[in-house]
Design a protein around this ligand. Structure first.
Ligand code: ADP
Ligand code: MG
Ligand code: ZN
Length: 485
C-alpha cells in the first residue's frame, strides 16, 4: 500500500486468555468446556444476593507465571474492582476485575517477523478478571443463557501501542499463545474462545509523535481474522484522513464472513463502568518470596529454546520456528537428538514423515506412538548407509504399524542396502550381458542409455543397491569396455 508511506498504523492489543484452572475464579464450580448448559453453576457464580467470592489460588499463580514469563513486575499489593454493567450473561450486574492496581505490569514480549527482524512489544499490564456466561439465540424470538462459563478465570494482557502492522499483530499473538501454552497457563485455543483478542487501532502521519484517535475492534476470533480485520480498519481510517475527515472513537465488531466491520457502540469511557474496589475481597498481598519461587520454577520459554536450538544444534531459523511451535514437539525433537540422531536429520524427519502422519491422523505429537529412540534408530540406519532413504520411508511406516524397531524390520524383511562392491559389480556385469543390443548402442555413442542400465541394476538388487556405488561401478565397467566413452 503506497499510502503507508505517508500514514503509520498504530495498534495495541488486549488479549483475554482463560486460565487452565480446575475450578472457577471465585467458587468451586468446575471449569469445563462443552458441558451441558448450566451444570457448572452455584449461588456465587449465579450472583445470588449474599453469596461471597473466595479467590482461587491457582488462578493467582497462573497470572503470576504469565506475568513473569513476559518480564512483568508482580505487584506486592493488587486489588480487585467491580466493573458495573448490565447484560443477561452477567447475573451479578458487575464483573469482578482489576483496575488501577493490577497483579502484573511493565513487561515486554519479543518475537521474530517473517523477514527475520526481531520486534519487542511492551506489555502495559496483566490483570485478572472473571468471564461472563454465554447468550444463545434460538431460531425464533427466544434467547437462552448458559452460565457454565460465568465466573471462569481470565487474564487480560494489555499491550502498549507498539504494534505497527497487521503482520506484527499476528506474530505478537502467536508468540503470546505459544508462551501461554509453554507455561501451561492456558490452553489458548482461539476456536474454543479461550483466547480472545480486541484490537485498538489508530493512524498518524509518519514521523508524528502524537497518537491519533483510535477505534476498538472486537470479535477477531482467528489469527487470519485479526490480520484481515486490522487491514480493513487501517484502510478505512486512512481513507477518512486523506479526505480531510476525522476518525471517531467507537467500538466496532469484525464480521469475518462479510469481511467488514459493524458499529457496536460509540465512544465509551472508563467512568461509564463506575469502577470501585470490590468490597467482598481483601487486597491481594503477594510476598516477594512467592514471586521468587515462581520465577525460579518457570519452564524454559520459547525464545530460550529457539536460541538453544540454534546454538546447540545449529538448526536454521525455519526449522527452529516449526520445531519449537509447541513445547511437546520441541521436547520430542530434543529426545530424538539426545538418542544420537544428527540434528539436521532429526529436523528433516520430524517435518517430513512425522508431520505427515500427524496431519493424516489429526494427531498431536503427544499421541504419536513411535518413541523418539526408535526414530533415532531409523535415522542411524540411513546415516550409516545400511538402508537408503526410500527404503527408510517403508521401514518408518512398518515401524508405526507394528511398533518394532527399525533394525528388527530391516533384518526381518531383508531390506538392508547392498553396498558391497563385489555383488554390485556382479549385478552390473549381468545386466550388460543380458542386454547386448543396448550395450552395442551405448558403445556407439548413445550415452543416454546409461540411465537404462542404472535402472536395470537397481531393479536387479530389488532397490536395495546403494545408488552411488552402482553408478560408479557401472561407469567403471563401461569405461573398461570402451576406453573412449
Ligand atoms: P481502555 O482503558 O479504554 O481500554 P487503555 O488506555 O487501557 O484504554 O488502552 C487499551 C489498549 O489500547 C492498549 O492496548 C493500548 O496500547 C491501546 N491504545 C491506546 N491508545 C491507542 C491509540 N491511540 N492507538 C492505538 N492503540 C491505542
Ligand atoms: Mg480496554
Ligand atoms: Zn459457581
Amino acid at each position: 500500500m503506497a499510502i503507508l508511506e505517508r500514514w503509520e498504523p498504530v495498534i495495541g492489543l488486549e488479549v483475554h486468555a482463560q486460565l487452565a484452572t480446575n475450578t472457577k475464579m471465585f467458587c468451586r464450580c468446575k471449569r469445563e468446556y462443552g458441558a451441558s448448559p448450566n451444570v457448572h453453576t452455584c449461588p456465587v457464580c449465579l450472583g445470588y444476593p449474599g453469596a461471597l467470592p473466595v479467590l482461587n489460588q491457582q488462578a493467582v499463580e497462573f497470572a503470576m507465571i504469565m506475568g513473569l514469563a513476559v518480564d512483568c513486575t508482580v505487584r506486592g499489593l493488587s486489588r480487585f474492582a467491580r466493573k458495573n454493567y448490565f447484560y443477561p450473561d452477567l447475573p451479578k450486574g458487575y464483573q469482578i476485575s482489576q483496575y488501577d492496581e493490577p497483579i502484573c505490569e511493565h513487561g515486554k514480549l519479543t518475537f521474530l517477523l517473517d523477514d527475520g527482524a526481531s520486534k519487542t512489544v511492551g506489555i502495559t499490564r496483566i490483570h485478572m478478571e472473571e468471564d461472563a456466561g454465554k447468550n444463545i439465540h434460538g431460531d425464533g424470538n427466544e434467547s437462552y443463557v448458559d452460565y457454565n462459563r460465568c465466573g471462569t478465570p481470565l487474564i487480560e494482557i494489555v499491550s502498549e501501542p507498539d504494534i505497527r502492522s497487521p503482520e506484527e499483530a499476528h506474530k505478537y499473538l502467536e508468540r503470546l499463545k505459544q508462551t501461554l501454552e509453554y507455561t501451561g497457563v492456558s490452553d489458548a485455543d482461539m476456536e474454543k474462545g479461550n483466547l480472545r483478542c480486541d484490537a485498538n487501532i489508530s493512524i498518524r502521519p509518519r514521523g508524528a509523535a502524537k497518537l491519533g484517535t483510535r477505534t476498538e475492534m472486537k470479535n477477531l476470533n482467528s489469527f487470519r481474522g485479526v490480520e484481515r480485520g486490522l487491514m480493513y480498519e487501517i484502510r478505512r481510517q486512512i481513507k477518512l484522513l486523506e479526505n480531510g475527515a476525522e476518525v471517531e472513537q467507537c467500538t466496532l465488531s469484525w464480521d469475518d464472513h462479510a469481511g467488514e466491520t459493524r458499529l457496536m457502540r460509540s465512544k465509551e469511557e472508563a467512568h461509564d463502568y463506575r469502577y470501585f474496589p470490590e468490597p467482598d475481597l481483601v487486597p491481594l498481598i503477594i510476598p516477594d518470596s512467592q514471586v521468587q519461587a515462581i520465577e525460579a520454577a518457570l519452564p524454559e520459554l520459547p525464545s530460550a529454546i529457539e536460541e538453544r536450538f540454534s546454538k546447540q544444534y545449529g538448526l536454521n531459523p525455519d526449522d527452529i520456528r516449526i520445531l519449537t511451535r509447541t513445547r511437546e514437539l520441541a521436547g520430542y525433537c530434543e529426545q530424538v537428538i539426545g538418542a544420537g540422531a544428527n540434528p539436521a536429520d532429526a529436523a528433516q524427519w520430524l517435518q517430513g514423515e512425522v508431520m505427515r502422519v500427524l496431519n493424516e491422523e489429526r494427531e498431536n505429537i503427544t499421541e504419536f506412538t513411535m518413541e523418539p529412540e526408535q526414530l533415532a534408530g531409523l535415522i542411524d540406519l540411513v546415516a550409516t548407509g545400511s538402508i537408503n532413504r526410500n527404503t527408510a520411508k517403508t521401514v518408518f511406516d512398518r515401524m508405526l504399524e507394528e511398533g518394532l524397531s527399525a533394525l528388527e524390520i530391516v533384518t526381518r524383511d531383508d531390506l538392508g542396502q547392498v553396498s558391497d562392491a563385489e555383488s554390485i559389480e556382479q549385478a552390473v556385469r549381468m545386466v550388460l550381458e543380458n542386454n547386448p543390443v543396448e550395450l552395442e548402442r551405448y558403445l556407439r555413442g548413445e550415452s543416454k542409455l546409461f540411465g537404462f542400465f542404472m535402472g536395470r541394476v537397481m531393479a536387479g538388487t530389488r532397490g536395495k543397491g546403494d545408488p552411488q556405488t552402482v553408478k560408479s561401478a557401472l561407469q567403471r565397467i563401461l569405461a573398461e569396455m570402451h576406453p573412449g566413452a
